[in-house]
Design a binder for this molecule. Sequence first.
Ligand code: HAM
Length: 422
Amino acid sequence: MSKIQAPKGVPDYFPPDGDDFLFIKHSIAHEAIKAGYGYAELPVFEDTQLFVRGVGESTDVVSKEMYVFEDRAGRNLALRPEGTAGIMRLIQEHGLAKGALPIKLWYAGPFFRAERPQAGRYRQLQQVGIEAVGVSDPALDAEVIAVADHAFKRIGLKQYKLNINSLGCFTCRGIYREVLVAFLNKLNLDSETQKRVQVNPLRVLDDKRPEIQKQLTNAPKIINHLCQDCQQYQAAVEKLLSENEINFVPKPDLVRGLDYYTRTTFEFEHALLGAQSGIGGGGRYDGLMKAIGGEDISGIGFGIGVDRTLLAAKAEGIALPKPAQLEIFVISVGAPAKNLSFSILNSLRANGFKTDMSFGDRSLKAGLKAADRSGAKYAVLLGDSELSSAKVQVKDLKSSSQTEVALAELIGFFTKNLRKGA
Ligand code: HAM
């Protein structure tokens, strides 16, 4: 029979990478929690219309990359390609906007995009995201950016930069759109791209094909068409970032791959990741809630790519902290001792010691080898004679010295030897 493999473009993580992956995820989450964001668990699939209306029908993410399926009752569902639309649906469905504003939520998990897989570009990608909804205040935009920046710094990343732009509001974007369409109409574009110019001209700016990018060098920039309010808003965000030592680079041609963005937009780029250099991105999305049928409230957030942040940490050679070492390894010889060793294992764990035991019908020698390999500091040895005397042998695996300890005193022994100064 042929072997079954993981679907194309879907990464597996297992130790030691699995632990590194979790460390990255927890580090980002830590900064979100510290900034007062509460955890939201979103469904992995949603009504397809949520993304069509929220993220935008003409985006690649929705039109080309979404995993869409019908359930048994014929409902049209999609695996979530991103988290922002889901958060807005959740806020609307549960009336959260009636409470204190801003609503600050964080989320984490897998998202799905049928992109062409390559290094750092996966079909199941992992993000940690935050969303701050219901308040339009430059300080909130700066906070969201600061949380991402602090998370990257916490991990130890150095070789990244933050690109910032403003995509304007519905008023100035309307005017800019006309200028842009007039420019794009003069270019030599294929018929599909020409259609795109009519439906969503900003999307054309995001076209990665070199033959298109070449023609876009002199394209009008939104930043030169911002209304006064949007200009002031952007200046206020940038001032707050500068005053708080968050380095950024204004990037007037930054357009993001999702349609909901307004005003502040940003992307964190890592220098060592090649083509897939975006380790996180986000922005303000003041029309999204209304687009999915909710109240007209604003929001801002980011999504950080956990997979790519891990690749970036590795590329910089950062030594990520390893999970705490095993402390005690319990070895038993013979069936009766095995039952007692399992009880000892559970009692040690219940008392907070990181403990494992030798499983299977193993000799003392094989058990000791497993104990050494486990990295534990101590081994607890018991056989028939220990069983009758209610005492065990405790071996210090580094010095090889052995001590006899009464079962009743075992927890006390380890508290004294492993929790010294605790
Ligand atoms: P996004 O830029 O599409 O934004 O994705 C955010 C991050 O997810 C990217 O910067 C990248 O690190 C990672 N990512 C995206 N696609 C892939 C992929 N195929 N493989 C590996 N990593 C990937 C959003 O998703 C928005 N929801 C962010 C946001 C939140 N905006 C406002 N609030």
